[in-house]
Design a protein around this ligand. Sequence first.
Ligand code: ZN
Ligand code: ZN
Length: 447
Amino acid sequence: MSAAKAPKGTYDLLPAAAERRADIVAIAADVFTSYGFRQIVTPEFEETALFARGVGDATDIVRKEMYSFPDRGGRELTLRPEGTAPVCRAYVEHGMFKLVKPVKLWYYAPMFRYERPQAGRYREHYQFGAEALGSDDPLVDAEVIAMLGQIYDELEIGDLTLAVNSMGDQQCRPAYMELLRGFLTAHAAELCGECGERTVTNPLRVFDCKVESCRAVLSEAPRLVDHLCDPCRRHFDTVLELLRRVGLDPVLDFRLVRGLDYYTRTTFEYQSNALGFAQSTIGGGGRYDGLVELIGGPPTPGFGFGSGLERVTLVAGLDEAEDEGPLAYVVSFAPDSRADAFALAQHLRRDLLVDAECDLVGRSAKAQLKQAGRSGAELALLVGLDDLVDGEVRVRDLDSGDEEDVALAELGDWFDDWLDDDELGGHGHHHGNGNGNPLGGNGGGDR
Ligand SMILES: [Zn+2]
Ligand SMILES: [Zn+2]
């Protein structure tokens, strides 16, 4: 058989990219936490009916893009195409509506859609997102939008536009839909085939169309934001006012109509001008006051967003994660000291919290020293030398070549002193004390 490849539309994250991804998610997680959001993890697949109901039968996602399959027990299942419906399902299933409102949840997970592969689009792609459930207060909308803005700030993503719109609600949207349908019917000859179809099934979706003639027609179409009922108008004005109050600059975008049926009132997107794609949204979402009830829960307003990690990674200003080697490389100088080297490396990692490696392929001492240099290690610990006193190890600074014999029992203190002496603080491998950590505590597991 020819060499196996990853399936079309998927990708591997190799170590440097995986580390950068983890850094980005960790930054987002810190911001979520600072706003009182807590993480939720839902299954990779759900019953197909959840998405058919919760996303909408007429949407492209449900009609063309889902990975749906019967399992061996005949259950109809679908790989999660989006994050909101599963979170709402869990909210209902676990009675979270009894908790203090709003219930604030965030997630990081892969999403699966059978899309035509193109730049920046994947069949398995990753999102982080958040949902605030249980309050229709415009402060929720503003807080969540501002939270995502802060995440992008901390990821050093510049040159962003915050686009906003209102989708109205059940009071004002039906009348607007009829108005729009009438307009589209009158201009049917100028619309593409797909928009002709959407006029009947889901007229709001025509705003997504990229065909030039459709866009020309739509620039003249009645706009939802001009047909809001009074409560929707007041809600939207308050959201805009709150966003400006915290330094954001929302721009009204009448085309910003989410393709999902459950969206109501505020809808928003952060758009990057740094990406070359026709569609430059890096994250967006909105209010979905009808969704929880639709999937069998009590009437519950909700507001949330999803943000694609692939695009975020492209525009994040963070430095590439460095390929870091171990701090110490243990070199065995005699065939019968391999077990000593192995045990010393384990002692360094487990007891002294020092990053360490030893030879695992049977290299000669000379080749081990070469590998120590190549690995990025700063120190080589030499064992099995004839002139070493029993119970001691020779430590060689791989930069300066300086050597010192250290008693194994004093190795922990030796490492603390060595790291303290390092004025440049470049020894980022040590997880214990004295790592230039201003708090001076044991920072083990701080990454
Ligand atoms: Zn069209
Ligand atoms: Zn309304």
